[in-house]
Design a protein around this ligand. Structure first.
Ligand SMILES: [Zn+2]
Length: 257
């Protein structure tokens, strides 16, 4: 088993993204790109690398941003599977590109799904975030990219994704931190079985929830970005900080042959 080798910032034609290597995945090496808001063309309040089309941002700007992000990690936009994220635990295994591609051509129908798996090189599934955690997994069965808000975590999306790829390593991307994530008792109650230390009063530590959930799923090597989307306003969109009027980061996982 390989260690997660850490994360580092990269900048490709102005697009800033956080790169992580996950170790062996399927027939190659698992790689991750966690996107930032830096390097796109969208105007405020979606400035600038907004990847989400279900906002009031201009579609043409989002398409350009999507093209830039895909280019930054070296993949064709038509080979980036996405879903309509509904905060549930379904995970889709992709054998080939979505046709037509909802990433390259916004407006085409989207399947409701919060997680994606690929088993070999050539596709880079993406999830959108703006406080929820993007979480990537790798193992002999491939790589997974999961959209993990509290609802998805509580519904078991990590266990689902981990089983599909026989995960041995994981990377947790930027999301809202325990410094900024006040929640209600129903949210705290959803994680009561994880034990103490996941919250201080009403401030939930979502990355810690993810870590414990990964441990339960048998994933030993976990790297976490440790960056709060709410605090780091220059780098990240934050749904809560910006009161819902904001962009979305794109986060991809893929296998390098
Ligand atoms: Zn914070």
């Amino acid at each position: 088993m390989w260690l997660a080798l850490g994360m580092e910032w990269r900048e490709t034609n102005g697009v800033r993204w956080l790169a992580a290597e996950l170790g062996p995945a399927g027939t190659g090496i698992g790689r991750v790109g966690f996107g930032s808001r830096v390097g796109g063309v969208s105007a405020a309040p979606y400035d600038s690398l907004n990847i989400g089309v279900l906002t009031e941002d201009a579609d043409a700007a989002v398409v350009e941003n999507r093209t830039r992000l895909a280019a930054a990690v070296g993949i064709e936009p038509s080979r980036v599977p996405i879903g309509l994220q509904v905060h549930e635990a379904d995970v889709r295994v992709h054998e080939g590109p979505q046709e037509p591609s909802p990433y390259a051509e916004p407006g085409v129908a989207l399947e409701e799904v919060d997680g994606h798996v690929v088993r070999g090189p050539g596709l880079a599934p993406l999830v959108l975030t703006a406080d929820c955690l993007p979480l990537a997994l790798a193992g002999p069965g491939g790589v997974a990219m999961l959209h993990c808000g509290w609802r998805g975590l509580a519904a078991g999306i990590v266990a689902r994704g981990a089983a599909l790829v026989e995960a041995t390593s994981a990377a947790i991307g930027p999301g809202i931190g325990p410094c900024c994530y006040e929640v209600g008792p129903e949210v705290l109650g959803a994680f009561a079985d994880l034990g103490g230390g996941i919250a201080e009063d009403r401030m939930l530590d979502l990355p810690e929830v993810a870590r414990r959930t990964l441990a339960r799923a048998g994933v030993g090597q976990v790297e976490s970005a440790g960056l709060c989307t709410f605090c780091e306003s220059e780098l990240f969109f934050s749904h809560r900080r910006d009161k819902g009027v904001t962009g979305r980061m794109g986060n991809l996982a893929w296998i390098e042959a």
